[in-house]
Write a protein of this length. Structure first.
Length: 127
């Protein structure tokens, strides 16, 4: 694979990671923590959550409705965009609903399994 192809594959990989990312939970106020310290922590959490939510939603929209840019990146990586879209649809059905039910993040093991599935798809497409 060319260096350019590796770059586009990394872009797709990061997009999938962003689409599967979970949002941080709200911080709890601890004993012996002043209100000012908690307020600073809460504001930081709210800002971080907002930017992560925007990235996650943008990545999900790109995988679902990417259009010409999505096809260009897939072809640049040497991948079939229709197969990648089908795999993204499977991820959408199985894993994006986790945040909708507000149950929290995927486990580390499950994330590793998903990552290995993505790597296998990329290898299969490159041959």
């Amino acid at each position: 694979m060319t260096p350019e192809g590796k770059l586009w594959a990394a872009v797709l990989n990061r997009t999938v990671e962003d689409a599967l990312s979970s949002l941080p939970t709200r911080p709890e106020m601890k004993l012996r923590q002043t209100y000012g310290e908690y307020k600073t922590l809460y504001r930081s959490w709210r800002y971080k959550r907002g930017s992560l939510e925007t990235n996650r939603d943008s990545a999900r929209d790109f995988l679902a409705f990417g259009g010409e840019a999505f096809r260009t990146i897939c072809y640049g990586a040497g991948l079939n965009p229709y197969m990648i879209r089908e795999e993204a649809d499977k991820l959408k059905k199985n894993f994006w609903k986790v945040d909708a039910t507000n149950k929290g993040a995927l486990s580390r093991k499950r994330r590793q399994d998903i990552q290995s599935d993505i790597d296998a798809i990329l290898r299969r497409e490159q041959t």
